[in-house]
Design a protein around this ligand. Structure first.
Ligand code: BGC
Length: 732
């Protein structure tokens, strides 16, 4: 019977493979994906299959020229489509048609707490990638914000796995609806840049599954992402780009990922491991895997000729190669060989609008004494704008996410437009060198002169906008290095202090993707966290400052008062940055607000915090029942009223805790959120669902998600530190 079935199936396949007007099935995009893959694979030679697995240039991998199967073209990511790079080097190719729209960096997107906006963002950046003929967009980044020192936090979505997952999923779906693959990165545990190429991360299974994997898991299971990028670091003794547990077991077996694992550039280290432990495409390796040369021998890549040899010798089974080739073909059929593939769009008003809306909704108002903001054009006539970040391009630098943009409205441009050129003087206050990968270049200007001139300008003005923060230089918010201090760099703390001595009306605008210390906080009336906002930066900022748009962003990570307060820095060097070989995440599951809340440490600003120009009144929350079974959903509802006199939007948050459990459970964890728009005076009923199964913890002993029966407490809250009401429920 079984035999008959397989003969029939075989016959059917042969029939369909040749049926349609003699067009081979793999070229016929009306045929089912798996059939096309099977057909293409059956026509390929061993050498052709192996070729698929490696780069042919800095950002492309081989196709199958004989069969008309295209190469794969990739681009960074994650907040704009990177300029074209030379075939064989990191130099710009100097094309004139590749200046893109810069969207806000992903911390800003997460700060919107708006999943629909994330979808719009994904669609727009996907359109730009498609127009530029990219097949894979290297993003989004979803590594968890573990320490404020991580140089790449700005490319990620904050400290909470639930928030990162909810924001990543629509981004990926938006990108992929353009026939462009998302490539969620960096899988996994690349939570610092120091020693990123080799540091061996150790942590409990529980922390791995509860904190560091959920956003990747949701990207695979819910967004059905078509590719994923391995991380540079090691996890339990194996590099993440060929890691048996992470790639073979968790990603491919447990989550059933059917897409392509791409290395981070230069993240492959061994042929046999790359072959056997889950890698599919190798990018960015140097000829001998060690040194940087001007010409790279792509045939010498680990997964090129050395892989072919192992296959020929029978040291690696052919099934391993077939699996990789199948995955790569699948990606090609989903992208460049997809039927009805959209054409994309590039640098258009719609994309600028999306970029600006994300920026406006992501900016966080951290402090606003006595309604100091918004500031109408009539209120002050002499305004000083101080700080290098008011004019510095923030779309450039930062490492691989650097962008060549069509335009970028700086904060100074935006403020000049809003308040009139004649009313504004600009003084830099400090200066920093150009963005150069991997090293710091000292600025040429005399810093004392800049400092003194800024204080004079402040003295002479009625109002000061201090636009500072970090930048995209080495050891700031930048790849390949972490920050060396939690305080503001470039003497900015002193500058703010001196400015405050001569002028009390100071609005501090922090341009950064990371938390910073604020020793001057109590003396300034208003503080805005403005992230890296992309092309529309200055417009968005001015719209918030003038009140044209009411701020509604909330922090996607906590700001500790001082570095040692945060979980990653509470256990000495082995926990951060490690001993140069090994690292242990000793704070375990208590990352971000889970640490601050559970240990009762007051942060400077809590996760989920952000002010508005209006006020909201939260009604008491109720649940639809008192008792739930493990497979049920808890429906929570409460009223939300805009009690002020301007329209606004509030990111409401639901947290949960289990007071009595057999394991340590965080004081609370985010389980749902929504962004609710309300006209002045308007009231809405907010309804949010939490699945009982999402109240589970990862059980290290049974290696499964466990919901222990008993009492759970649910909170509706305006931030992790501002609970509005609680509801107790029982789980049977
Ligand atoms: C980064 C990746 C990036 C790749 C290609 C690497 O250095 O870690 O995020 O996509 O380069 O530019």
């Amino acid at each position: 019977m079984k035999k008959l079935k397989s003969i029939l199936l075989g016959l059917l396949t042969v029939m369909t493979l040749t049926s349609q007007n003699n067009v081979p099935v793999y070229l016929d995009n009306s045929q089912p994906l798996e059939l096309r893959v099977k057909d293409a694979l059956s026509k390929m030679t061993l050498e052709e299959k192996v070729k698929l697995c490696t780069a042919q240039s800095k950002f492309s991998s081989h196709g199958v020229p004989r069969l008309g199967i295209p190469e794969i073209w990739m681009s960074d990511g994650p907040h704009g489509v990177r300029e074209e790079i030379e075939w064989d080097s990191w130099n710009a190719a100097k094309w004139t048609n590749d200046s893109c729209t810069a969207f806000p960096a992903l911390t800003c997107l997460a700060a919107t707490f708006n999943t629909q906006l994330s979808r719009d963002y994904g669609v727009a950046i996907g359109e730009e990638a498609r127009y530029r003929r990219k097949d894979i967009l290297l993003g989004p980044g979803v590594n968890i914000y573990r320490t404020p020192l991580n140089g790449r936090n700005f490319e990620y979505m904050g400290e909470d796995p639930y928030l990162a997952a909810r924001i990543a999923v629509p981004y990926i779906k938006g990108v992929q609806q353009n026939g462009v693959a998302g490539c969620v990165k960096h899988y996994a545990l690349n939570n610092q840049e120091v020693w990123r190429g080799h540091i061996n991360v150790n942590l409990s299974d529980r922390a791995l599954h509860e904190i560091y994997l959920p956003a990747f898991k949701a990207s695979v299971e819910e967004a059905e992402v078509w590719s994923i990028m391995g991380a540079y670091n090691q996890f339990r003794g194996q590099h993440c780009c060929h890691n048996e547990l992470l790639l073979n077991k968790i990603l491919k077996a447990d989550w059933k990922f059917d897409g392509v694992v791409v290395t981070d550039w230069g993240g492959t280290h061994d042929t046999k491991q790359a072959a056997l432990y889950g890698l599919d495409i190798e990018m960015g390796s140097y000829t001998n895997g060690l040194s940087s040369k001007a010409t790279f021998g792509y045939n010498d890549y680990y997964l090129a000729n050395p892989f072919l040899e192992l296959l020929k010798k029978g040291e690696v089974p052919m099934s391993v190669l077939d699996d990789k080739a199948r995955r790569i073909l699948r990606l090609i059929f989903r992208t460049s060989m997809m039927g009805n593939r959209p054409y994309g769009r590039f640098v258009c008003d719609d994309h600028s609008n999306t970029a600006r809306r994300v920026a406006e909704e992501g900016i966080v108002l951290l402090k606003n004494d006595k309604q100091f903001l918004p500031i109408s054009a009539a209120r002050f006539k002499k305004i000083a704008v101080i700080g290098e970040n008011a004019t510095r391009s923030m779309t450039e630098g930062g490492g691989s996410s650097t962008l060549k943009v069509k335009y970028e409205i700086s904060p100074l441009d935006g403020l000049q437009k809003a308040y009139g050129l004649q009313n504004i003087v600009y003084s830099k206050g400090y200066s920093t060198g150009p963005s150069v990968y991997g090293r710091v270049i000292e600025p040429k200007e005399n810093q004392k002169e800049l400092f003194d001139a800024a204080v004079l300008a402040a003295k002479d003005a009625e109002l000061v906008f201090f636009v500072g923060g970090l930048n995209k230089n080495h050891e700031q918010d930048c790849e390949a290095g972490d920050r060396t201090t939690y305080n503001l760099p470039f003497n900015q703390d002193n500058l703010i202090r001196e400015i405050l001595k001569v002028n009390k009306n100071v609005v501090v605008v922090l341009v950064s993707g990371n938390a910073i210390a604020m020793p001057w906080l109590k003396d300034v009336p208003a503080v805005l966290q403005s992230w890296y906002l992309g092309s529309e930066s200055g417009n968005a900022l001015a719209n918030i400052i003038t009140g044209k748009v009411n701020p509604s962003g909330k922090l996607p990570f906590s700001f500790p008062v001082k570095l040692e307060d945060s979980g990653a820095h509470a256990f000495g060097e082995i926990s951060y940055p490690g001993d140069s070989i090994n690292q242990e995440y000793k704070e375990d599951i208590l990352v971000g607000y889970r640490w601050f809340d559970t240990k009762k440490i007051k942060p400077l600003f809590p996760f989920g915090f952000g002010l508005s120009y209006t006020t909201y009144e939260y009604g008491k929350m109720s649940a639809d029942k008192k008792q739930y079974a493990a497979d049920e959903t808890i429906q929570l509802s409460f009223t939300l009223k805009n009690t002020g006199n301007v329209d606004g939007a509030e990111a409401v948050q639901i947290y949960a805790s289990q007071p009595k459990a057999s394991v340590v459970r965080p004081a609370k964890e985010l389980k749902a959120f929504d962004k609710i728009s309300l006209k002045a005076g308007e009231t809405k009923t907010v309804v949010l669902n939490v699945k009982v199964k999402d109240l589970a913890f990862f059980n290290d002993k049974t290696h499964s998600w466990t919901v222990e029966p008993g009492e759970f407490v649910l909170y509706n809250a305006a931030s992790a530190a501002e609970i509005k009401s609680t509801v107790k429920i029982q789980v049977k």
